[in-house]
Design a protein around this ligand. Structure first.
Ligand SMILES: Cc1ncc(COP(=O)(O)O)c(C=O)c1O
Length: 349
């Protein structure tokens, strides 16, 4: 396998029709200065709080985020959840029926769904039994037409971080895009790969406001990469993909990060407390270590445990059909009271 890919080579991976296309130019794209009377966008002039279109590139949010994440605002893409970024990355870099994406198995389900939607062939490489990357298997599975690899670290549903050094090796050697989905990064003490976006032009890091920030209902996801890659994603996104209210609420959250930091601290403390209680239960075979806001737990009978809890109005995720997760359930960390109720109910099983 060849050496590290250059920025110019990364741009050659973009689908030709996307390079050639002229993007939609909105009224807000064309006029950027100060004005008093806006008669350019066919908006309704009567104020409702939302009668004007939002900033298509969400600069105020990006400026705050850039400071927090130590990147340039132009190195950030914001979308309708990180799910939008996942879809756009595949759309930008995978010629339908030709360029494959490679994912680990098990991992977050949307990579495979977006691959199917975009007719991108899917290559799955199983994780090792201790849920780490099988580097040799992965490098061997890459074909000449593989254009995107998705890593999820900490991984969903296994909860662990993938080996940092193995990811670095892939970044060095793979001649395509490497996406690292860090949806759960705030629940670990590990440094984010965002610090390497200026070193590796093929790196895209995904993060989200849905987990640590406690704003899943807002639908706001982030992608961090080179300015060139971010420009490609911006070129093909819907013009106003992040609404005014989402931008305002995200900005407020970024101006006061204490709430987020406190909830992360509480969730991490509850993760240890819940793990300790789960280990004591006779139904528990193993509680896997977690760097995320959930625990993967091997039990004697996962489908039975899932149904038992559901009948008592407690919903967890039965992951028993997922590769390497036989008889596993995935439990999101709740409030102290919710976790206590869960344990009390499981003690009666
Ligand atoms: C690994 C991973 N990435 C992304 C997401 C979805 O993020 P968003 O809500 O920003 O679309 C999830 C949601 O569970 C996830 O587990």
């Amino acid at each position: 396998m060849a050496n590290k890919i250059t920025a110019a080579e990364v741009m050659k991976l973009v689908r030709k029709n996307i390079i050639d296309m002229k993007p939609y130019s909105s009224a807000r794209d064309e006029f950027k200065g100060e004005a008093e009377i806006f008669l350019d966008a066919n908006e309704n002039p009567y104020p409702s709080g939302y009668n004007r279109y939002p900033d298509p590139l969400q600069w105020k949010v990006k400026e705050k985020l850039a400071t927090l994440k130590n990147v340039e605002p132009e190195q950030i893409f914001l979308g309708n959840g990180s799910d939008e970024a996942i879809d756009l990355i595949i759309r930008a870099f995978c010629e339908p029926y030709k360029n494959s994406i490679l994912i680990t198995d098990p991992t977050y389900g949307m990579y495979a769904v977006c691959a199917e939607v975009n007719a991108a062939p899917l290559i799955k490489v199983a994780l090792t039994p201790d849920f780490d990357l099988d580097l040799d298997g992965l490098m061997a599975a890459i074909t000449n037409d593989t254009s995107v690899i998705f890593f999820c670290s900490p991984n969903n549903p296994t909860g662990n971080l993938l080996s940092h050094d193995k990811i670095l090796t892939v970044l060095e050697r793979f001649q395509g895009i490497v996406v690292i989905d860090e949806a759960y990064i705030d629940f670990t003490n590990t440094e984010s790969f965002t610090r390497l976006i200026s070193t590796y032009p093929n790196l895209i890091v995904l993060q989200t406001f849905s987990k640590a920030w406690g704003l899943a209902g807002l639908r706001l996801g982030m992608a961090f990469s080179s300015k060139e890659v971010i420009n490609v994603l911006n070129k093909i996104k819907y013009p106003y993909n992040v609404n005014i209210q989402t931008q305002e609420i995200a900005l407020n959250a970024l101006l006061n990060t204490t709430k987020k930091e406190n909830s992360v601290e509480e969730i991490i403390a509850q993760r240890s407390a819940l793990a300790k209680e789960l280990v004591k239960l006779p139904i528990t075979e193993h509680v896997y270590p977690s760097d995320a806001n959930f625990l993967l737990v091997k039990v004697k009978d996962a489908p039975g445990t899932y149904r038992y809890l559901m009948d008592r109005k407690i919903i967890v995720r039965d992951r028993s059909k997922v590769t390497l997760c036989k008889n596993c359930i995935r439990i999101t960390i709740g409030t102290p009271q919710e976790n206590k109720n869960l344990i009390a109910v499981l003690k009666n099983l």
